[in-house]
Write a protein that binds this ligand. Structure first.
Ligand code: SAM
Length: 212
């Protein structure tokens, strides 16, 4: 994503009805924020948001929240929302490191990580969204019955992610090293922007579903 400095993106976001401006104030109150009792599903590092918007359209009985660090990227999602507004989706511009300040214990029912940034240098491992440091944060906010789905085309990142799971109380419930040729795991698969780009180059897509 090279769109980090689109002029005015912060201003647009500050006024947009689909962006939660003070997300920490909603901690523990997300169901009343949405005005219903539906489950809350998150995508962390959602990019331009196509994945989450498709799911929100398919599943009106789920509340979706997309988390993205950069205003200029989030702006692209908002532009897409204008073309097809949906009542069951909202966005937060934030660094996922602060996620436990925004969601209370067990308040989230599902988490998606899609094509997370690889942070290839060892010293940056704890910034990777499937790292054990992030798994500990997800453990706090995710309902005990909930699960986390991660997909990527980056083999090194996926290997790292599997190794991190082994160091925690999380368990792998399902795994594939070639999602698009795995009929069971690919059933109902919604492609992300990155997934379309990299699978069209012939890269296999790796995916796990974990729970605890
Ligand atoms: N999920 C999308 C997809 O699959 O097409 C976008 C993938 S893109 C490689 C990763 C996205 O995660 C970027 O938009 C980046 O800004 C966002 N991101 C990375 N680290 C983040 C963090 N700590 N908190 C929130 N967003 C983050």
């Amino acid at each position: 994503m090279r769109l980090r400095n689109i002029t005015g993106s912060r201003e647009v976001i500050a006024e947009n009805e689909y962006v939660v401006q003070e997300p920490k104030e909603q901690k523990g109150k997300w169901k009343s924020f949405f005005g219903n009792d539906n489950p809350v599903h998150l995508e962390i590092g959602m990019g331009k948001g196509r994945f989450l918007m498709t799911l929100a359209e398919q599943n009106p009985g789920v509340n979706y929240i997309g988390i993205e660090k950069y205003s200029s990227v989030l702006l692209r999602a908002l532009q897409k929302m204008e073309q097809n507004p949906l009542p069951n989706i909202r966005f937060i511009r934030m660094d996922a490191e602060e996620i436990t300040e925004v969601f209370a214990k067990g308040e989230v029912d599902k988490i998606y990580l899609n094509f997370s940034d690889p942070w290839p240098k060892d010293r940056h491992a704890k910034r990777r969204l499937p790292s054990r440091q992030f798994l500990a944060r997800y453990d706090e906010i995710l309902n005990p019955a909930g699960d986390l789905e991660f997909k990527t085309d980056n083999k090194d990142l996926f290997t790292f992610a599997e190794e991190e799971v082994a160091e925690t109380k999380w368990e792998i419930r399902a795994i594939t090293y070639d999602l698009h040729n795995d009929s069971k795991m690919c059933e109902g698969n919604v492609m992300t922007e990155y997934e379309e780009k990299f699978s069209s180059k012939g890269n296999p897509i790796y995916k796990y579903i974990i729970g605890r």
